[in-house]
Design a protein around this ligand. Structure first.
Ligand SMILES: *Cc1c(COP(=O)(O)O)cnc(C)c1O
Length: 384
C-alpha cells in the first residue's frame, strides 16, 4: 500500500548522531539550560559570524522575533505593509505590536513588492515595509531598498523561509534594517521551535534582545526599566542551533538536489519556475512552479487531486490563499484603498495563486519519493 501522504509538505527535521551527542554533552556540561545559558551567547555569535552581521538575537520563535522587532519600530496605530501572499504569523506579530496591517501586491513574477502597489497603499502613518521570502524565493532587491529609503520606510525582512537564499550577491535577511528568521521544525534549520533576528543597527539589536529577555536592562543590571516578554531561546535549543548552523551548507545542498530532481522530472511540462527571470541562488526550501494556461479555479482542483494521490502542496494543505481573506484579518481588508473599479486590487498575487504549484524538498522527502511524486504530477497534469 502506498502511503497516502508520502510527499507531505512538511516533515520532521533530520538530526545527525553528532548533533545528538553534542546536545548530551552540552546538557551535562553547561552552567544553565535556560535562556541565560552560555550556549545562547555562543549561538548568537555563531549566527552573527555566519552572516557577517553586527548583531544577532536568538528568540523562542519566528513570530516572537517579528513581534519583538515591531514592538521597537512602531507605535500603536502605525501602519505596516505586508504582502497578500504570505502567512498569518507576520500579521499576528503586527497586531501584537499594536500595528495596522496594510496589504500590498507582489510583482508579476516574484514575491518582491510591486512598488506601484506600495505607493498606492501606504499613508503618512506607514512606518515599516515587511518583505516575505516565500518558499525561499527572493523578496527584496536594491530598487526596493532605495524606494523604502526615499519613503522613510524601515525594511523588515521576514526570512523564516529564506535562510541561505542569495540575490544580488547578498543573503536574504541581511538587506533590510532587520531580518527575522524561524528555526521551527519545518524550516531549513531546526531547533524544534525557535528563531533569530539579525540587524545592522546595534542599538536596535540591543533593544530587541532586552525585550525578549523580559525587559532586562544590561545598563541598569535589572528588570523593570522597560516592557518586555519572555521570548528567550533556551540553552537546549541553542545547542541544536549551533549544530544546525554548522550543517547549513549541507542542508541547503541537499534541498537544492531535491528541488532539482523535481525540476528535471517535470521539465517536459514546460511550467515556468517562480522568479525564473531573476539571478539568484535558491536555498531549495521548496520548488514553486507556475501552471499556466488554466482557467481560474483549475489550479485549486489540480492541487486537491495531487493531495489525494499523496503529493501535498503547501497551498492546498494550509488552505493558503491571499491572507487578507483570513477571518481574523478581514476587518483590515475592507479599506477603500484596496479597490479599483470594484475589483480587489491585487492582480499579480491573485494570478499567481491561480497558478502556483509548490513541491516539497524538506528532510523527510527522499529522492525516491520525489521520483514517484513526479509520476503522479505528470499523470494528473496530463489528464487535465
Ligand atoms: C514559519 C513562519 C513564520 C513563523 O515562525 P514560527 O517560528 O513558527 O513562529 C513567520 N513567517 C513565515 C514566512 C514563516 O514561514
Amino acid at each position: 500500500m502506498q502511503n497516502t501522504n508520502f510527499l507531505d509538505c512538511v516533515g520532521k527535521a533530520h538530526r545527525s548522531d553528532s548533533e545528538i551527542a553534542r546536545l548530551q554533552t552540552h546538557i551535562r556540561e553547561t552552567n544553565l539550560l535556560s535562556g541565560d545559558s552560555d550556549l545562547v551567547t555562543h549561538y548568537e555569535s555563531a549566527l552573527a559570524t555566519h552572516f557577517q552581521m553586527p548583531h544577532a538575537t536568538a528568540v523562542s520563535s519566528g513570530t516572537a522575533g517579528l513581534h519583538a522587532t515591531l514592538a521597537q519600530l512602531i507605535q500603536p496605530g502605525d501602519e505596516v505593509l505586508l504582502p497578500v501572499i504570505g502567512v498569518s504569523m507576520t500579521a499576528i506579530a503586527i497586531l501584537a505590536a499594536g500595528g495596522i496591517p496594510v496589504f500590498y501586491d507582489c510583482q508579476p513574477d516574484s514575491f518582491k513588492p510591486d512598488i506601484d502597489s506600495l505607493e498606492r497603499f501606504r499613508s503618512d502613518k506607514t512606518r515599516v515595509l515587511i518583505t516575505v521570502s516565500m518558499w525561499g524565493y527572493p523578496a527584496i532587491d536594491s530598487k526596493i531598498i532605495s524606494y523604502a529609503k526615499q519613503s522613510n520606510l524601515i525594511v523588515l525582512e521576514d526570512t523564516a523561509q529564506g535562510f541561505g537564499t542569495k540575490h544580488e550577491g547578498e543573503w536574504e535577511g541581511t538587506r533590510g534594517q532587520v531580518g527575522c528568521f524561524s528555526t521551527q521544525e519545518f524550516k531549513l534549520l531546526s531547533t524544534g521551535e525557535g528563531g533569530f533576528v539579525l540587524t545592522h543597527d546595534i542599538s536596535l539589536g540591543q533593544r530587541i534582545r532586552e525585550f525578549v529577555h523580559l525587559g532586562f536592562s544590561k545598563k541598569h543590571m535589572g528588570f523593570g526599566h522597560q516592557m518586555g516578554l519572555n521570548y528567550r531561546l533556551s540553552g537546549i535549543q541553542s545547542s541544536l542551533g549551533i549544530s544546525q548552523l554548522e550543517q547549513a551548507e549541507d542542508k541547503i545542498r541537499i534541498r537544492q538536489a531535491k528541488t532539482q530532481a523535481w525540476r528535471d522530472g517535470l521539465s517536459s511540462c514546460k511550467m515556468a519556475e517562480m522568479s525564473q527571470n531573476l539571478q539568484f541562488q535558491h536555498n531549495g526550501y521548496a520548488l514553486c512552479l507556475r501552471m499556466s494556461g488554466l482557467k481560474p479555479g483549475d489550479a485549486k482542483m489540480i492541487r486537491k487531486e495531487l493531495f489525494d494521490v499523496g503529493v501535498h502542496t503547501d497551498i492546498h494543505r494550509y488552505k493558503q490563499g491571499l491572507i487578507h481573506h483570513f477571518p481574523f484579518l478581514s476587518q483590515y481588508a475592507h479599506d477603500a484603498r484596496y479597490k479599483r473599479n470594484d475589483q480587489l486590487d491585487f492582480p499579480n498575487s491573485t494570478q499567481l495563486m491561480d497558478e502556483l504549484l509548490t513541491l516539497p524538498a524538506h528532510d523527510g522527502v527522499s529522492l525516491i519519493s520525489i521520483n514517484t511524486g513526479v509520476e503522479k504530477v505528470l499523470q494528473v497534469l496530463n489528464a487535465w
